[in-house]
Write a protein that binds this ligand. Structure first.
Ligand SMILES: [Zn+2]
Length: 416
């Protein structure tokens, strides 16, 4: 990561003054909102998947293998903490920041100091007022003890220091009109109702879709097409419909009935009694196949650059690949023949597939999309089994014996 960090323009390659022999600084890399917009426009123009938000884009950029590409990303950094330092540590947080700045590091811009509870509240409210104007996303404040010696006295719990705490701002809400309800088919066949909204600006981004979760939620909130609704968005979380403004309901609006068939393949939907989710039970459903491939390629799973919605949809529509195994048989000619796919991005995708063969086993196990197997369970399975053959040979009893693996998970893994 060092060579990537060095490409961030605000990271000094040489320090000013007399730095100590050993100096470990801590901070956070971010992507500016304006830079993020430009980067996404460029990616879309080149047929690449846009990033979901600046935070993902920044994290993804730092993991890239080619520092030259990282250098083109609009990244910034704030340094605000110290690790190991051989000599000359200042006595307070404020002085640490001054010192870092003198040495040439970019430090946190928005800082308040106070002694009383009221000072804290005032600072938090002030930041809340200005944070939308900042060119980077922020969803909260960090409150720290200024005196470093007092921090030592406070110590830490098993999870976190006692001398610092994070404050998160409440999710932002907005009112808009629900134009329609569509059904999204997940990789497990789940049918999720989605609110199609009159576009509205919330928490710095334009929102035109929000999740309605499931049929029970729609009934509980009595959401109807044409209603004026309150939506909520917090940080990276998917926007959700919170409630209906019933005063504004138009006359004759009918209660919504969830269609009981898959919108993609028309298979009749099924639901287990204990479940709230209706599912398409057709294993060949194209929407599920797309979801499985996208999940496999996702950053949290096999992390295959370029394997997003746009590419995956075309692979399936053209019959080039409808399962994970077939991805690895794709040729450059096939991928480059897809719309909005230049030779270079096609090659990047194939290189990404090749690199995925070296990923940790838990990423593969998670990427397969086995029902109930999240990253935590995938890691637990891979601590016990060192290769896929061992895992495939495991019985349900073997699996249940693993920490974090219960009956339902064991059955699901074994069946798969
Ligand atoms: Zn279907």
């Amino acid at each position: 990561i060092t060579s990537n960090l060095k490409t961030i323009r605000s990271v000094p390659l040489k320090l000013n003054g007399k730095p100590p022999k050993v100096l470990e600084v801590r901070g956070e890399v971010f992507m500016t909102k304006s830079g993020f917009e430009k980067l996404n426009e460029k990616r879309k123009a080149e047929g690449e998947e846009p990033f979901a938000n600046p935070r993902n884009a920044a994290a993804g950029s730092l993991k890239m293998l080619d520092p030259k590409v990282v250098a083109e990303r609009p990244l910034g950094v704030f340094l605000y903490g110290l690790g190991e330092v051989s000599e000359g540590v200042p006595p307070t947080q404020l002085k640490v920041l001054d010192w870092l700045e003198q040495l040439g590091f970019p430090t946190t811009e928005m800082i308040w100091t106070g002694r009383m509870h009221g000072d804290l509240v005032a600072a938090i409210n002030e930041l809340d007022e200005v944070r939308q104007e900042l060119d980077y996303e922020t969803d909260g404040a960090v409150i720290k003890l200024n005196q470093l010696t007092l921090r030592d006295q406070c110590g830490a719990t098993a999870k976190a220091p006692r001398w610092a705490i994070a404050y998160k701002y409440a999710a932002e809400q907005a009112e808009t009109v629900l134009r329609d309800i569509t059904i999204q088919v997940g990789r497990t066949g789940s049918l999720t109702p989605v609110a199609e909204l009159e576009p509205v600006s919330v928490a710095g981004s334009t929102v035109s879709r929000a999740t309605l979760h499931n049929e029970e939620e729609i009934q509980r909130k009595d959401v109807r097409i044409g209603d004026t609704v309150v939506i909520e968005k917090a940080g990276e979380i998917i926007p959700a419909v919170v409630r209906v403004v019933t005063d504004k309901r138009r006359k004759g609006a009918k209660a919504y009935v969830l269609p009981k068939e898959c919108p993609e393949c028309s298979t009749v939907a099924t639901k287990l009694d204990e479940d709230v989710v209706w599912r398409c039970a057709n294993p060949d459903c194209p929407a599920q196949a797309r979801g499985r491939l996208e999940h496999y390629c996702a950053r949290g799973a096999m992390d295959i650059e370029g394997g997003g919605e746009v590419l995956v949809r075309q692979l399936i529509e053209r019959g080039l690949a409808d399962n994970i195994g077939e991805l690895y048989k794709l040729t450059l000619g096939e991928v480059a023949s897809l719309e909005r796919m230049a030779d270079k991005s096609a090659q990047n995708f194939l290189d990404g597939l090749d690199a995925s063969k070296e990923r940790d086993l838990w990423r593969l196990v998670f990427g397969l999309g086995i029902l109930h197997v999240g990253t935590g369970v995938a890691k637990a399975l891979c601590r016990r089994y060192k290769d896929m053959d061992q895992l495939m040979d495991a019985t349900e009893e073997d699996l249940v014996a693993i920490d974090d693996v219960g009956d339902v998970i064991a059955q699901s893994v074994h069946q798969w």
